[in-house]
Design a protein around this ligand. Structure first.
Ligand code: ADP
Ligand code: MG
Length: 693
């Protein structure tokens, strides 16, 4: 122990940074590929450089001054005999001015742009002219603070030279159903780390080059193999078959009684997914199913029916939501349906008093509680179930893989696994589902309950805030309620809070006679619950909140949703928020307030997101556009999930390779178990275990 600690202490900062990036083995280093390249192999004449080119020039300084407009800056004019160019520096030191003094010859690297008067480079790299030119393109790697490119380059080249790069993809597949055969791994990697100067940079940077194709194929194959493997491991596991008791006759089951008591009829989609789940539960194989359905599509009742089926068979069921307020909001209805049928429910949350918790734990351990509802508290070690057979996780993407694993380990009876139902309101586009959830069965609620009116979405500039407040007044007069959501600023929860508090005060002042509630993440749970209760009961007319209402809140009388700084939210987040209104029969609206701050206009992607919100209300279309706008990473809650996401392949464009990998994986697993093992180990190392959850 002491030795290990000492070793850790003696590690240099770059070494620690390497570990932070997950670069431990030689192969990890070899597979750490450049983001882009710099061409330091040649000197370009200014006359030949086009706007937007990244170029290296050698030129003489003809003029140098410190200008004060529009702000203090160093402006240096250089001339290379073919043309001139201005170098601009906002941050500069006397040493810079010295190197760039009139008459000096310098080598400068940067992006050339058409400036106001002459062409310019902003903050280019520079040094004294002369010296040797590079012989290969210079790779620029993804890195973190404390890990300089030069150190990383050296480490990567070292890893590349030491790593075992022998082939793991069987030869017969390299050429199969692909537009061009895959090159060897060694060739591809050496090429990508040190491309020769004559290569077309564009094919490297857009990753269409054959060397990139090979790496993407490798990565997709590893992912498909590990998921397939996980699926087979699971197929070998057993779960209790949840069959309704024959003795009581079908009318007396909880399930039948629940259906009887529902104030509405199930939609066709709810019936279909209900049947899919029921079929799974009757098998003695653990269910592993993702239930997708847009916000408001009615997933809760489907969960309730699954829970009833589980309890009918004499087993316990656990329900988990990501936060306490959501657990309560979300399952209050469900409990309201089940408790009258004689089901005892146990609550488990973080904020519970010790005595309450002890009582809950006893109910769970004795089996008296058929239904256990709560937050992460449900999976803590101290919670011992008598006979858990079904775990339902709401807003699945908010839970980490480790937590799902823990939940599954709560089965107490001889080596069996509980069935797992995960629910999500973030629909996953098909390519993504094919790739990431190859190990999951997916059920889809693709229809909203009848009687919903479409939500009108408007994008409004912050400057017209007064009109929005006017609109709120109108809604309140009609007896409706309003949500006002303030953004979550990641870097600073306190700024976030100030913002919400100020809005709360401003609305309070602007809307005399109306109770305006405030809900934010720093409030104690009890206070949050109280505010929520007031809003649900209609006493609070306007609820100002940070994003805590993102999921699960169900107040049908709310008809207007205002989202402040909408430009800061992700697309699916906006969609989730909007789903809080339009739950009743009255016409609902969503106002997306945006502010450009100091910038003259909204950024490209922000505009694309707001446009998508106005144009569609279909969760799948939103998901598709979201994937287009920001790529798959965030989609899956990458940071929490721990599942290795695709680093190189792009699901939107690499469908050919994805199909190739999907077709090949089962064959490879059967025919080449050794190669399969080596391939997974190479790409996923210790992370493969995680994929099984
Ligand atoms: P979500 O899928 O977002 O979790 P909920 O389960 O909260 O959606 O359902 C949204 C609302 O629709 C709830 O008020 C619920 O009671 C109601 N609901 C669910 N199914 C139906 C149905 N078949 N007909 C009418 N209303 C329904
Ligand atoms: Mg829900």
């Amino acid at each position: 122990m002491a030795g290990a600690a000492a070793a850790a202490l003696s590690k240099s900062q770059p070494q620690k940074a390497l570990e932070k990036l997950g670069l431990r083995r030689d192969i990890d280093l070899a597979l750490h590929l450049p983001l882009r390249y710099e061409d330091e192999t040649r000197i370009t004449r200014l006359l030949d450089a086009r706007d937007g080119d990244m170029v290296q020039i050698e030129a003489q300084v003809t003029h140098s001054e410190v200008a004060f407009r529009p702000r203090r800056q160093l402006r240096v004019t250089v001339d290379d005999g073919s043309d001139t160019c201005v170098l601009r520096f906002i941050n500069f030191y006397p040493s810079h001015q010295k190197t760039l003094s009139v008459g000096a010859r310098v080598r400068v690297r940067g992006e050339i742009r058409g400036g106001f008067v002459s062409r310019e480079m902003v903050h280019p790299g520079f040094r004294v002219a002369g010296g040797e030119l590079a012989t290969a393109l210079t790779p620029v790697y993804p890195t973190v603070a404390g890990l300089p490119q030069a150190y990383l380059r050296k480490a990567v080249l070292g890893g590349l030279s030491r790593a075992d790069l022998s082939e793991t993809i069987p030869e017969e597949f390299l050429n199969k159903n692909l537009p061009q055969p895959l090159s060897s791994l060694i060739q591809a990697l050496s090429f990508l780390h040190q491309p020769p100067p004559e290569v077309m940079l564009a094919t490297l940077e857009n990753r269409s080059h054959p060397a990139w194709q090979r790496l993407k194929a490798e990565e997709l194959l590893a992912q498909q193999l590990s998921q397939l493997q996980a699926r087979r491991v699971r197929a070998a596991m057993r779960a209790p078959a949840l069959v309704p008791p024959a003795m009581r006759g079908p009318q007396c089951t909880l399930q039948a009684q629940l259906l009887e008591r529902l104030p509405f009829r199930l939609t066709a989609a709810q019936q279909r997914v209900g049947a899919e789940i029921a079929a799974d539960l009757q098998k003695n194989l653990p269910m592993h199913r993702l239930l997708q359905g847009d916000v408001g599509s009615g997933k809760t009742v489907v969960a309730a029916l699954a829970a009833a089926r589980c309890m009918d068979a004499g087993w316990q069921c656990a329900l988990m939501a990501p936060t306490e307020i959501l657990a309560e909001q979300h399952f209050r209805k469900l409990i309201g349906w089940l408790e009258p049928l004689g089901i005892q429910t146990a609550w488990l949350t973080g904020s519970q008093k010790a005595k309450e918790r002890r009582e809950a734990l006893a109910l769970i351990a004795s089996g008296a509680a058929g239904l256990v509802v709560g937050t992460h508290a449900v999976i803590q070690d101290k919670v011992i179930f008598k006979n858990l057979a079904l775990a339902i996780i709401d807003e699945q993407h908010r839970f980490g893989v480790a937590q799902r694993l823990a939940l599954r380990s709560k089965m107490t009876e001889g080596g069996e696994e509980p069935h797992l139902l995960m629910m999500t309101a973030t629909p996953i586009p098909r390519t993504l589902a094919m790739s990431y959830y190859a190990d999951l069965d997916v059920s889809m609620i693709d229809e909203l309950p009848p009687g919903r009116t479409p939500i009108v979405t408007k994008v409004v500039a912050e400057a017209r805030r007064d009109e929005v407040v006017e609109r709120i007044r109108g809604q309140l007069l009609d007896g409706r309620q309003v949500y006002w959501v303030c953004p979550l600023i990641e870097e600073s929860e306190s700024v976030d809070l100030i913002n919400a508090t100020q809005t709360h005060e401003a609305l309070n002042a602007a809307l005399p006679g109306t109770q305006v509630g405030l809900l934010h993440s720093r409030m104690p749970v009890a206070e949050k619950k109280a505010v929520m209760a007031l809003f649900t009961s209609g006493q609070v007319g306007v609820l100002v909140s940070t994003t805590v209402i993102e999921v699960g809140v169900d107040v049908p009388n709310a008809s207007l949703m205002v989202i402040e700084h909408a430009e800061r939210f992700g697309l699916s987040q906006l969609h989730q928020l909007r789903g809080r209104v339009g739950r009743g029969a009255s016409a609902s609206a969503c106002v997306l307030l945006y502010s450009t701050g100091e910038a003259p206009r909204l950024g490209e992607t922000a505009r694309a997101r707001l446009r998508a919100m106005v144009e569609t209300q279909d969760g799948f279309e939103i998901a598709r556009r979201d994937l287009e706008i920001r790529g798959p990473g965030e989609f899956l809650g990458a940071r929490q999930s721990g599942a290795p996401l695709l680093r190189f392949a792009d699901l939107a464009t690499d469908t050919e390779l994805l199909t190739w990998a999907r077709t090949l994986a089962p064959v490879m697993l059967d025919k080449y178990p050794d190669l399969t093992h080596r391939h997974i180990l190479r790409w996923l190392g210790g992370k493969a275990e995680f994929l099984k959850a």
